[in-house]
Design a protein around this ligand. Structure first.
Ligand SMILES: Cc1ncc(COP(=O)(O)O)c(C=O)c1O
Length: 373
């Protein structure tokens, strides 16, 4: 079985002295960062001191529906820019949406890769004197040409839940001077003690398996807590989803993040990405979104365009790949507007295959042996 997320009981996950914090300090020295329970709340807090109600933020149309909710809470209008098939912005469309009330433009590093055109977005935000938000929710460990993704803009976010088996967790990056000056963290900033420390210590240790044998009920309770926080892209309406995200980062997540071994995790994800590449190479009905895996990239998933995404997902499901899914569920306003045809087509065709560190490359090979060519 190839699940959507890694398990907390994966011993290879942790190493003393490693951790996400040290990784960020190493790859983005000088960038201020603050922990949150969710990227959405991190985004709200990062922007709150910088914007006025009535202003707008220009975001890509190819986006999960709840991501604009924090903008709406701040009284901002969300404006969608069209994207190209490469996931680059349609720059004519993007530029046409910027006006005097534009507070910020958001780029999104999809699936752990830098959004094509990132430098041009930065140039545009300079030209129009607005903030650049570097949304890097998908992959906290991607470093591209020496820059940690998420730290390209004036402010950025990343989501730990998409990397680690944790119920919550996100980081707000603040690179711009003004952003730091006006930053006033809400009560949801930082880490909390929401989950009992004993559970956390248990989760974080690499001797989890031996403890497990002594205490299967503890195993079940921790798994249940984590399952509750798992990403369910099919779920609830965007407003409820945002409300549910208003939690500080739990102690449990903090401990896992501190123990995680970023380099080891990135290595396994890259290896699994390459195995999917090989395994699907002969399939004419399936086209990978990314041909190359540049150095430093930690892929979130292996995304492909499938001519018939439903049957491809079903095919994978029959072979035990339960973690393959479509992405994202677009907002109705996007789906119904012909300007966003490319985003709609992509969302309809896309299948994201899991590459997380809990998967043995041989499990993907085994799927490949059974997949029709
Ligand atoms: C591109 C993108 N940005 C932001 C977010 C929000 O992150 P979080 O779920 O941590 O609030 C998501 C989550 O799905 C996302 O896909």
């Amino acid at each position: 079985m190839i699940d959507a997320t890694p398990s907390v009981f994966d011993a290879s996950l942790s190493k003393p002295g490693a951790g996400i914090d040290a990784f960020v300090d190493r790859h983005a020295p000088g960038t201020m960062h603050t922990y949150y329970g969710s990227g959405k709340v991190a985004l709200r807090d990062g922007l709150a001191g910088l914007v006025e109600p009535g202003e707008n933020v220009v975001v890509p149309a190819y986006l999960s529906p709840a991501v604009v909710e924090p903008l709406h809470e701040l009284g901002l209008e969300s404006r969608y820019y069209a994207i190209e098939a490469s996931l680059a912005p349609d720059f004519d469309d993007l530029e046409a949406r910027i006006d005097d009330d534009t507070a910020a433009v958001m780029s999104v590093n999809y699936f752990g890769f830098p959004q094509p055109g990132l430098d041009r977005i930065a140039a545009l935000t300079d030209e129009y004197d607005c903030y650049h938000i570097d949304d890097n929710a998908h992959s906290p460990l991607s470093v591209h040409e020496g820059t940690l993704l998420g730290t390209h803009g004036d402010l950025g976010i990343t989501t730990l839940r998409k990397l680690l088996p944790v119920p919550d967790g996100a980081v707000l990056y603040r690179t711009g001077e003004t952003v730091n000056e006006w930053f006033s963290p809400s009560s949801l900033a930082g880490r909390s003690d929401r989950i009992a420390t004993t559970d956390c210590r248990f989760v974080a240790t690499s001797v989890a398996e031996s403890v497990l044998q002594i205490s299967p009920s503890l195993h079940r309770s921790v798994e249940a807590v984590l399952a509750d926080g798992a990403d369910d892209s099919s779920s609830v309406d965007p407003v409820n989803r945002y409300e549910a995200a208003k939690v500080p980062m739990s102690k449990c997540s903090a401990v896992v993040a501190d123990a995680a071994d970023p380099d080891a995790i990135r290595t396994v994800r890259r290896e699994n990405f390459r195995v999917w590449q090989r395994v699907l190479d002969d399939r004419e009905d399936v086209t990978p979104l990314y041909e190359h895996l540049p150095a430093g990239i930690s892929p979130y998933e292996f995304p492909v365009r499938a001519t018939d995404s439903d049957s491809f997902r079903a095919e994978l499901g029959n072979l035990g790949v339960v973690g393959a899914h479509s992405w994202p569920t677009l907002r109705e306003a996007v789906r119904e507007d012909g300007t966003y045809e490319t985003s709609v087509r992509l969302a309809d065709n896309l299948v994201a295959l899991p590459v997380h560190q809990g998967i043995e490359p041989s499990a993907i090979e085994a799927v490949g042996d059974r997949l029709p060519k």
